[in-house]
Write a protein that binds this ligand. Sequence first.
Ligand code: ADP
Ligand code: MG
Length: 761
Amino acid sequence: HSNLLAQFKKKKYFCGDFSILIRLKTIFNVIIMSNIRFDALKMAWEHKPVVFNAPTEKASVIFAQNVFTREKMKEYIAGDILSELFELMDNEKTLSRDIANSVAIGMKKWAMEQGATHYTHWFQPLTGGTAEKHDAFFDFDSEGKPMENFSGSVLYQQEPDASSFPSGGIRNTFEARGYSAWDPSSPAFVIGDRLCIPTIFVAYTGEALDYKTPLLRSISAVNKAAVVVANYFDRNVKRVTTYLGWEQEYFLVDESLFAARPDLVMTGRTLMGHYSSKNQQLDDHYFGIIPERVLAFMTELEVEAQKLGIPVKTRHNEVAPNQFELAPIYEEANLGSDHNQLLMSLMEQVARHHHFRVLLHEKPYGGVNGSGKHCNWSLGTNTGVNLFAPGKNQYQNLQFVTFLVNVLKAVQRHNALLKASIASATNAHRLGANEAPPAIISVFLGSQLTEALNQIKNADVDKGIIINAKKEMKLGVGNIPEILLDNTDRNRTSPFAFTGNRFEFRAVGSSANCAAAVLALNSAVAEQLNLFREEVDGLIEHGKAKEKALFSVIKRYISECEAIRFDGNGYSEEWKEEASKRGLDCETSVPLIIDKYLADSAVKMFGSTKVLSLAELQSRCEVKWENYSLKLQIESRVLGDLVINHVLPAAKRYQTLLLEKVAHTKQVFAIEEATELNKQDCLLIRRIESHASAIIAGVDKMTQLRITANHIDNQRERAIAFHDTIVPIMADIRKHVDELEMWIDDQLWTLPKYRELLFIR
Ligand code: ADP
Ligand code: MG
């Protein structure tokens, strides 16, 4: 106590009203609130202020310090091997074991110089996270002498016990083998004491058990399809790269408050909590001054990310209290996706140094904004052209419009599938709520681009095209270059927006592996570009000039993809009606959205682009359905425990207090006066009773429904049962709990409240 008191005297400021409570408790030693919540608040308060340490070195100096980059390869790998290695890294070629051995020697030398004692394959199973299993370099040589060993074969391929990773039935128990194999296109890195080697993870039979494998296949499919189309415009295009720039949103919460909320600990979100009187309505958090303690966390995170070669660039406060965002400079999509996975684990690690926990859940709190992960996506050529950037002349703009319109077509044809690619139990809380993209995929283009497309649609193919001496094509649609360069048009409600030189897929969930969304988008676009090429080539074979052929197919596409274009308010009720009239997918049940992976169009699309086979799609769906049910099963159990162990006892205690007061009043006052004086209390006792009984009945029913759902063998049916029965009853129970929180004496409430979770920083 004296220690704490001394600290009080030293502190110049307090964190809101809690400090007063803490002072009272300390000085007078009175019980002023539940011990668990009190201790949590006390700890949260003691965690500040934090000393902010500016990085000692420039980002450009520390960047990729812990990555085995090409520069470092040059230093550690022999010349002839090096050129072969670079060749295969650039051209998706297969690695030979000889090369692997030579690379392993150099890699080990470098890693040990960075302090690594262990190595691990680093892969991304369908759990959504990353997986590693560390092996020491330590070994014995042929004469039994201890040594540090790392051979090409372990760099190249390993066989982690795959039976404990989700496989959706691809790998049945007697064939449990799974292989992880080196992906040389994403560089190895050292983190802590281990060398991490990015790998794919596949079954014995070659089917993908991870996110990276199909992502790589999709990148390759887009490359092939886009090169052919880009060659209509420029023969020098040999390669088209997919780029990804993600924006990661997240919440921070003090670790002591976090620890006192079993729902946050176990499910990553609050399953109950009365809304805070003040939350985000004043818009005073967005782009506000970053709190010092948070800045200290961000700074350390950025330094660690930079060392791992993650080119972090932008940071800011997000809309909700205690919500923030981090974005890097965009990268090649495979690397970008790896970096996002890496960053998410880094965040959790660094947050602990600052007594924070990071919440990556899409909706940690009701009533305030949730978190997404905007995936900025574009295609670029080896000639340095961004295929979604308006060009300098009209010929380049025809290329721009070609790629743009093909994306629109792809998104329209596969809007249901793209929604499936971002659907999850956790993201379901965010989509369709009044803050995030709706559960309908549409594309925002902005008024100027819409106008330009309309002009092209109405232009006359024969009259509109003039090829002049410089081989420039005039479209007869006025000044496209000028209008298109102004891309300040914005629409925050769109799930898929064109933002000047890229598309921004905003519906992706904050905790998701971005590969799931990117690979679906890539495959859809690859398939579409293949179809486009077939159509254009068909016309050319029939004697149409190339430009006219291109122009006429584009014109038709513009008309055909009008349904997907929507620039209005995506949050509005009218849009839901309108979207369904337009034939866009409006399903909101996650288990049914997942079905779209198995729709004929999706199976055909993934098959023709060789990204996912039917068996792989089926297994992925099984994993998704199972994951959905398990998440809800856990949430529903935690909710049951919390109301029985925390909420109802608090309600009963308060009722008892009120009843005592009522009884005492009767002893002191005459009956009429006592009745009058007790009126409000009796009302409150009844009110608490009615909520408490509703909660008990709800929990009983929920338990029964859960048992019923758990007994369903079919994963899809089980997920549907969880969605249809457990989700609504959980919401119903929560309503009553939140009411009780409002009526019950604050001293008796055991769980940290929203106003504490959201505002202590
Ligand atoms: P905003 O919030 O306005 O969308 P941010 O700066 O937060 O902007 O994030 C934009 C993201 O888009 C960054 O990750 C950036 O690197 C990325 N980006 C920019 N240009 C491209 C592009 N051509 N392709 C892919 N990503 C891009
Ligand atoms: Mg953005």
